[in-house]
Write a protein that binds this ligand. Sequence first.
Ligand code: ASP
Length: 586
Amino acid sequence: MQKRTHLVGEAFLVAPETQVTLMGWVERQRDLGSLVFFRLRDRWGSLQVRVNESENPGAHAIARKLRAEFVVSVTGVIKLRPEDERKDEPGGDRELVPEGIEILGESKTPPFYITDETPSDDVLRMQYRYLDLRRPPMVRIMEIRHRAFFELRRYLDSLGFWEIETPILTKSTPEGARDYLVPSRIQPGKFYALPQSPQLLKQTLMIAGTDRYFQLSRCFRDEDLRADRQPEFTQLDLEMSFVTRDELFEVGEGSMAHIFKETLGVEVKRPFPVYTYDEVMSRFGADKPDIRYGCEIHDFSDAFAKTEFRIFAKVLDAGGAVKGIFVPEVKPSRKEEDELDAFVRKRGGGGVALLRVQDGEPTGALAKFVDAERLESMREIAGETGDGTFMLMAGEPISLLPVLGQLRVHISEAFSVPKAEGFHFCWVVDFPLYEPDEETGEPVPMHHAFTSPLEEDIPLLESDPLKVRADSYDLVLNGVELGSGSLRVFEPELQRRILRNLGMTDDEITARFGFLLRAYEYGGPPHRGFALGLDRIIALMVGTSSIRDVIAFPKTTRAQCPLTGAPSDVSGDQLAELGLKTSDDD
Ligand code: ASP
């Protein structure tokens, strides 16, 4: 084999008549008889190769044999293409005229073309991932991922952070999902858990005096998967001692701004706005608000005081509310109105009433209940004066909000509501410490059990736990939650109280978390941190809706790897060695 002299991308830049040896994959071979063209592709680009039988019969004979995805070495001279054949793309002004072509590896006909077009069969893409990863859009994604990770490390290092690895074989770290367990051979009947996050160990590092820790850490959660979840994923996991919330936010914002700048050349707007949980729930009906557009939720109860519209009057008399959103410019048809009504009913709402405003006048069924004065008061509440549609719901205030929140997102897509361009981050703070369990109604941590309550709410811990707010926060980008963090509980007794509220006995607390509580008895500093989902951040950066696209070897929603076939059977001997039996053995 010859020595490679240039990458294909480098050959775009050399002077014409330079002698080069390039290596890569063949695409689009076109056999025109005495003339054969193909493109030679590597990670850096692709270049036309022109082989003329009369100039080089040997190379021509080989070129005729080439098929898509053959691996070749081509030695020759870079020539400028005839003026009228030049293309306006990198390397489009030139071609390689070979002196010799060597086939280094042959390829079967690939199951899909290696082009910019994404093959429609996702499982096939994962099964032949090495082919999918050759496609230029995937090369770009992998490059952006690499660059973002590299730049994160560089940025955090410059602030004095250390990257410290925590074990993969560890003890359960509850984050609200099921653990992946690994049996111990040496201690039969005992299991390691794969970390749902490095949470407890990063806390331990703060007790160890590390002060500033981060890790691009792999986390494992055995959950039922949706398209945007993977059983293993990568987080920017970070923890700092002796800092205020604002100081931590500075690092979070700085990290995001740095990687968006260095990988995409995009300046993100800072500081990121900060909203409380209560505020975003009442304004956006969601804890991950998309702040790129308005259509916020307003309370129109006052505007409907003494209304003759029976449905609203009944709800208001019973102490309920009329809430809704105003969508400028949009006027849904009757059919669309029925669809919106079905949409909210499916999500637990009692229905939606529309009031369209056309040329300043209310129209539609609700219009006869809305005179000029009421309309004026509705407009004042919404802060809108133009035409458009009020979408209104009546009921118990708390239960209206999440439905209106979903309606807000739905109409923004269904009616293409204009959104601000680019990347819009915000923080949401002061979440409830606990939420009621869906089945039992008992308190379960909204974030995780190591999150500190707001100091002023600590007295409510036992008497009214669901009222306690946490010193916690989420980072949200364009309506997508990137991750969460909090001030940690660094006093062992407070930690015990929080865990007792989850129904744990003191013995259970000691068995599961004794190691952590003991560590805090030896001088635990106040510390806080967060973890941000990097797969999701990269997906937003590159504009794909699936995190699978940004993971080199992802799994299906059945948690399978179509490439390797994992998970797979193991031999009886392996099971015996681990002291395990499967239910099939019984
Ligand atoms: N460990 C948490 C998580 O993975 C984040 C944090 O509190 O730092 O969601």
